[in-house]
Design a protein around this ligand. Structure first.
Ligand code: HDD
Length: 682
């Protein structure tokens, strides 16, 4: 084809290079390029006199500073992003003509922004919330955005209710509290009175809402899209991202403590792992449905409060994404990136999902206020890597200089160019779905069941996951002041599961539900994150030791664990060098003052000869906290003495062995398991 363009994994990076500026080592200038001679003192009438109006340098510097902020995103304000590449495993030609899904030899550059939804830009990252997972593919046919979340369903069915759910879940307007939390009256009042939110609320109360890492979350396109192939045949499709490391979460107590200890916990985790070369990987999966099967299910496939059970419609894994480069400048790249589910390429089309239809309006609209005008596509991070030509002109912050007289279509002066392209030439042709109906503002009858899949989700949870869900409801409703709202929620969730509603009611002091129960007994094992992958790779291990430790032994253990990808960090009495009895030394990364148990996945107690009461006490607290968060703990020789109680020493996931080879093997496996939920914690 004559419009074939060569895009490879470096194309975006090469494009960005033209915009990068290195200031280090240069002379200071004004924005006009003039060198300035002094930057510490404003121009004054006399040493102690007033600043002069003519001080252009002062005015320019201050004005720019005064205008540095732009509005944060109305939702998903707090986010962090990275670059990478995507490659399809096999041609998807049968289903879609999208070029980036045809050739396993092609690597498409991507930019992914992860986010929380509710909190403002400076909020903590480990709050209970949905996570955004938005991917920009810079394809040869233009930009394709897959704007996904880490939960497969949504709060509402129709885009027109988006402002309502967002107003309800954001801080309450009279006092702007609470920050980044659904644990307040207006969210739960919304749920009780908009019962389509039942299913999503179950997900929000589950472990999925407190991920261990952006690298350990699934992603879901949520809405139903269409694939269209070269012959014009269409399929319904749902998109999935599956993390290589499996799906793993924090525990609630830990998540809350991390919010104070390290509010940047998730971005730090992503940033550090990419810097160290531990590149996060996600596989792209699709659930594909023939158009003829549209009405074969008990739910409506266009209803965004429903998922497609993977056991009924399997997820076909079609490609892999690797994130391998951090941004240079968070504002320029992460903050200015503009996603939109309507940024599609030929071969990907929409459905009548009313939530998706609403989204198709909202995203461009929001960028106009956020990025200050209609030329946001020209901001380097948003630019497609293929050229773009049209008759759109002018507007704030226009960068391109479109030459020539003609900025209209059709024209004889420019021979009708830029000219629309036929489908054969790569032009986007909308799928010709037949639609007919009367204009109505109504909910389809097929969208009325709000509880069956919420029950399916509950049924699919393992015992510890169910306990976490009950605890989350108790916490959140415990913060709700209105007794009436609490009661409405208990009554409502009795439709999902009676035991769940009773467990909530008992704790929050409402009456048990008047009626309830469900006959849904089906479950979907794919929904339990305990059924995903386990790996010790990149798990953070706290190694607690002081001078006088057994150097050879510790070195042997750490090398052994590192071989399975574990990342040890040393905690000692002071920063600096820690010395073993045999001359082996380590550099201490932390003291108990600069770090905390909650930011590690596992603890290795080594000890040493220190007699410091303070240190020993803090070590005891550190390990007990890890224990109470169900984390693996390992100790050899002297370190065993630090384990507070016999009970702790005998618990699952606590590996005590003086046989080093066995210790490495068993502790490595325990680190991969991540949490030992059937441990008794008092
Ligand atoms: Fe949305 C941002 C994902 C429904 C309106 N959305 C936004 C982001 C993600 C999602 C990941 C952040 C993108 C970034 O990192 O910049 N949104 C979803 C998913 C939804 C969803 C998976 C359910 C299918 N969103 C949704 C609806 C509407 C919006 C129904 C409005 C009708 N979303 C927006 C927005 C945002 C946004 C207001 C805020 C900032 C932005 O777009 O760029 O337009």
């Amino acid at each position: 084809m004559n419009n074939e363009r060569k895009i490879n994994e470096n194309s975006k990076n090469e494009q960005l290079e033209a915009f990068r500026v290195e200031d280090k080592g240069k002379k200071l200038t004004t924005n006009q390029g003039m060198k300035v001679s002094e930057d510490e003192f404003s121009l004054k009438a006399g040493e102690r006199g007033p600043t002069l109006m003519e001080d252009f340098h002062f005015r320019e510097k201050m004005t720019h500073f005064d205008h540095e902020r732009i509005p944060e995103r109305v939702v998903h304000a707090r986010g962090f992003a990275a670059y990478g590449e995507f490659q399809v495993y096999e041609s998807m030609r049968k289903y879609t003509k999208a070029k980036f899904l045809q050739n396993p030899g092609v690597k498409t550059p991507v930019f992914v922004r992860f986010s929380t939804v509710v909190g403002s830009r400076g909020s903590a990252e480990t709050v209970r919330d949905v996570r955004g997972f938005a991917t920009k593919f810079y394809t040869e046919e233009g930009v394709y955005d897959l704007v996904a979340n880490n939960m497969p369903v949504f709060f509402i069915q129709d885009g027109i209710k988006f402002p309502d759910i967002v107003h309800a879940i954001k801080p309450e307007p009279d006092n702007e509290m609470p920050q980044a939390s659904s644990a307040h009256d207006t969210y739960w009042d919304f749920v009780a009175n908009n019962q389509e939110a039942a299913h999503m609320t179950m997900w929000l109360m589950s472990d999925r809402a407190i991920p261990r890492s952006f690298r350990m979350m699934e992603g879901f396109g949520v809405n139903t899209f269409r694939f269209v192939n070269e012959d014009g045949k269409a399929y319904f499709v749902k998109f999935h991202w599956k993390p290589k490391l499996g799906v793993h979460s924090l525990v609630w107590d830990e998540a809350q403590k991390i919010s104070g200890e390290d509010p940047d916990y998730h971005r730090r985790d992503l940033w550090e792992n990419i810097e160290k070369g531990h590149f996060p990987e996600f596989e792209l999966g699709v659930q594909i449905l023939d158009e003829e099967d549209e009405f074969k299910f008990t739910f409506d496939i266009l209803d965004a409060t429903k998922l497609w059970p993977e056991e009924e419609i399997p997820v076909k894994i079609i490609g892999k994404m690797i994130l391998n480069r951090n941004v240079d400048n968070v504002f320029a790249e992460t903050e200015q990136v503009a996603f939109h589910p309507g940024h599609v390429v030929p071969g990907i089309d929409f459905t009548n999902d009313p939530l998706l239809q609403g989204r198709l309006f909202s995203y461009t609209d929001t960028q106009l206020i956020r990025l200050g005008g209609p030329n946001f596509h020209e901001i380097p991070i948003n630019r497609s890597v293929c050229p773009f030509h049209n008759n759109q002109r002018d507007g704030y912050h226009r960068q391109t200089i479109n030459v020539g007289k003609v900025s209209y279509h059709k024209s004889s002066l420019a021979g009708n160019t830029p000219a629309p392209a036929s489908a054969e030439e790569g032009g986007y042709v909308h799928y010709q779905e037949k639609v007919e109906g009367r204009k109505v503002r109504e909910r389809s009858e097929s969208f009325r069941d709000h509880f069956s899949q919420a029950s399916l989700f509950w049924n699919s949870m393992s015992k510890p996951e169910k306990k976490h869900i009950i605890d989350a409801y108790r916490f959140e409703l415990g913060k709700v002041k209105s007794q009436s709202v609490r009661q409405q929620i208990v009554d409502m969730f009795a439709n999902v599961n009676l035991d769940l509603a009773l467990a909530i009611a008992e704790y929050i002091g409402t009456k048990p539900p008047k009626s309830g129960g469900t006959n849904i007994t089906k479950s979907s094992p794919a929904l339990s994150q305990l059924n995903t992958k386990y790996s010790a790779e990149t798990r953070k291990l706290a190694v607690i030791l002081t001078d006088g430790f057994n150097g050879k032994e510790v070195q042997f253990v750490l090398e052994g664990l590192k071989a399975s990808g574990v990342q040890p960090e040393i905690i000692s009495e002071t920063l600096g060098t820690v010395r073993g009895t045999d001359g082996i030394t380590f550099k201490a990364d932390h003291t108990f003052l600069t770090t905390d148990s909650v930011v590690f996945d596992a603890v290795y107690m080594v000890r040493g000869s220190s007699k410091s009461v303070e240190f020993n006490k803090e070590a005891g607290q550190f390990v007990y906290e890890a224990y109470s968060h169900y984390k693996p703990i390992g100790a050899t020789h002297d370190g065993k003495r630090w384990l507070e109680t016999d009970e702790m020493g005998q618990s699952v996931g606590v590996i005590l062995s003086d046989d080093m080879k066995r210790f490495i093997e068993e502790f490595g496996e325990a680190i991969a398991v991540h949490r030992f939920w059937n441990r008794t914690v008092v």
